[in-house]
Design a protein around this ligand. Structure first.
Ligand code: CA
Length: 226
């Protein structure tokens, strides 16, 4: 899962990245222009949005997302705690508003809740036949047998489960797993490797046929038995 951290204070940005990186692919934008460029080019599961930025007001970025009908989740993280800002932020489509200073675990819980709400209808667990994925705990099991997945493999599985029956393209997977580093590789070796490992681990517990390959296009979770 991919986050965009819009934050101009270097220490704050660094502590957010250090806290969130074990769970999420994190990108950082430190100015209004940088944030605008990234938000329009890429899709994020969640954007953490500071409002007071060099070059402009974060609220204007929200307006831009809304105009372009982008569906990224947004949590405003701001020291500006005026009621007007909160109301305006929520009116412009922000999902949540966390005033600074905040505790990192609270931010983590709000991000997890947002992703869950948006992707899986608020459910903590996603089930496909006897595969059970616990989203906040980041664990997966087939029947009673746990599957040990790397962060990328888990994110790949979640991405496919969030799009049941729909083919997810190699490009979308590459962007989801590696952020804008995806631009750097024009072949899909990394995607192939993660898919291969995920399929192998599923096969080892008898769930080898869950992820289908659409040759030349991408991958799909087979939902015939959902
Ligand atoms: Ca700021």
């Amino acid at each position: 899962m991919k986050l965009l951290i819009v934050e101009d204070e270097p220490e704050m940005a660094a502590s957010l990245v250090a806290y969130l990186r074990p769970q999420y692919v994190c990108e950082v934008a430190t100015t209004f222009d940088q944030a605008q460029e990234k938000m329009l080019l890429y899709d994020y599961d969640c954007i953490l949005l500071d409002l007071t930025l060099p070059g402009g007001d974060g609220l204007a970025l929200l307006g831009e997302l809304q105009r372009r009908q982008k569906a990224d989740g947004v949590i405003i993280t701001s020291a500006r705690n005026a009621l007007d800002d909160r109301i305006e932020g929520l009116r412009l489509g922000a999902d949540d508003y966390l005033p600074k200073p905040f505790h990192l675990p609270e931010l983590g819980a709000r991000i997890a809740a947002l992703v869950r709400r948006r992707r899986f209808g608020g459910q903590n667990t996603v089930r496909l036949r006897n595969l059970v994925v616990d989203v906040p705990a980041r664990t997966a099991a087939v029947g009673a047998v746990p599957i040990t997945l790397t962060r990328s493999e888990f994110d790949l599985l979640l991405l496919l489960l969030a799009n049941p029956g729909r083919v997810v393209s190699k490009g979308a997977i590459a962007e989801h797993l590696s952020g804008d580093a995806a631009e750097a590789f024009d072949n899909y070796e990394t995607v192939y490797a993660h898919v291969k490992n995920l399929k192998r681990k599923l096969a080892e517990v008898g769930a080898g046929d869950y992820v289908g390959t659409v040759y030349g296009v991408g991958y799909v979770i087979k939902v015939s038995d959902l």
